[in-house]
Design a protein around this ligand. Structure first.
Ligand SMILES: [Cu+2]
Length: 200
């Protein structure tokens, strides 16, 4: 009898598994990501990544504050997933919100310098990117340059207001959840991505 009682909660737990992120209006088919190229200058297609779980984020390499925080969290996610032996089963994709300055060369330099070696960086013409931002509900507002005081020094910063979030796409190409913060819950994302990788 005791054994029986122990099994029931385990089954219930399994059935009630839910993703940790926001699932409002999800799942839905991930919109096409067209007209953009990678940091290697190669055309990109979501189709090429079918069968992998995709962790997609949006930002720009000159971002002074938000993107460095968010990408640092994503790097932790990457480290933990790789420790679990899941390297190659998922991909992190960074879509620029700054087509003016984020050229493939600039993105490649950023990728190398920051050690984001297994990530894919995407840029392209403004119209293609605008469509992608709209389709993925990413708000982008180019504010040009802003002067900021650093002690006695005044420095010019490239300022673009943009949504800070991560979109998770499953192996079948559906958006299944989003994490809408720059302070990413690393463990929760790792847990979800692992589940999605092991899902049939
Ligand atoms: Cu940013």
């Amino acid at each position: 009898m005791k054994k029986f009682l122990l099994i029931i909660p385990l089954i219930l737990f399994h059935l009630s598994f839910a993703l940790h992120g926001s699932t409002k209006d999800l799942p839905k088919k991930a919109p096409e990501i067209k007209g953009v190229i990678t940091e290697e200058g190669k055309p990109f297609s979501l189709q090429d990544y079918r069968g992998k779980v995709l962790i997609v984020t949006y930002g720009y390499t000159h971002c002074p504050h938000v993107c460095p925080t968010l990408t640092a969290f994503l790097k932790k996610v990457e480290t933990k997933l790789n420790q679990k032996g899941l390297k190659g089963k998922y991909k992190i994709i960074f879509i620029t919100v700054d087509p003016k300055l984020d050229t493939p060369e600039r993105l490649k330099k950023y990728k190398t310098e920051k050690g984001f070696t297994n990530w894919v960086f995407l840029t392209g013409d403004k119209n293609s990117l605008k469509k992608i931002w709209k389709d993925y509900n990413v708000f982008v507002q180019d504010k040009g340059y802003m002067e900021m005081k650093h002690g006695d020094m005044v420095m010019k910063h490239r300022m673009i207001n943009h949504t800070a979030k991560v979109t998770i796409i499953d192996k079948k190409g559906n958006i299944v959840e989003e994490f809408k913060t720059m302070y990413l819950p690393v463990e929760e994302i790792v847990e979800d991505v692992e589940k999605l990788i092991k899902e049939n």
